[in-house]
Design a protein around this ligand. Sequence first.
Ligand SMILES: Nc1nc2c(ncn2[C@@H]2O[C@H](COP(=O)(O)OP(=O)(O)OP(=O)(O)O)[C@@H](O)[C@H]2O)c(=O)[nH]1
Ligand SMILES: [Mg+2]
Length: 238
Amino acid sequence: MARPVAVVPALNEEASIGGVIEGIRAFDPSFDVVVIADGSTDRTPEVAAEHGAHVLRLPFNVGIGGAVQTGFRYAYEEGYELAVRCDGDGQHIPSELGKVIEPVLAGEADIAVGSRFAGADGYRSSGARRIGIRLLAFVVSTIAHQKVTDTTSGFQALNRRALGLFAADYPHDYPEVEGMVMTIKHKLRLTEVPVQMRERQHGRSSITALRSIYYMAKVLTALFVGLFRREVVPLEDS
Ligand SMILES: Nc1nc2c(ncn2[C@@H]2O[C@H](COP(=O)(O)OP(=O)(O)OP(=O)(O)O)[C@@H](O)[C@H]2O)c(=O)[nH]1
Ligand SMILES: [Mg+2]
């Protein structure tokens, strides 16, 4: 198999990060695991290192986009051929990794995104949240001219071509949503795969009702502004 790496962003996830790393290794011991710890105030970097991950320590918090891009850039420069991205809070289930890796390894997709909503027995969420999810899926599908169902999923597999794009340029604020549009605009093949995800088990969710409205307003604005952005990253044809 291609040389694989798991990129795991983790901000104050000391209770979950060890289990996430072990889960990835249990799925496939050939995976190297890279944890990006930028500004955690708990023992996340130490726990990650104790579990054998390579820890990228940044001097201050750069936010989710900067953290994930750091991981992708490291993976690209180190020559990895296959990358997966998995959250450090335990919501993504490592045994589901095979589902997102498959289309990438088969050469059918440059990036495969695990979707909670693509399957028949998709994840159910409350009314307001569901409206938000559907609205984002509709907007992204319209802009990208491709139907997508889960625009905020950080459970993904990428080949080297996709890794190269994200190493060079990655959205900062809403990396999953904007990253989906960016991928398709750069003519990379994106596919969604139905997966299961868990509810958050430890730590605190960053999402509250008021924040969700604020989030929607900001992400829709970011998508709108993105419409005027030129495709800035020239990709070698490989
Ligand atoms: N390194 C790093 N990781 C981050 C940062 N912000 C979030 N993360 C991690 O990214 C992953 C996803 O963030 P979450 O806050 O869980 O976002 P979410 O899954 O959309 O929402 P909830 O889990 O419902 O709160 C988690 O593993 C976080 O620890 C950051 O600034 N830096
Ligand atoms: Mg989470």
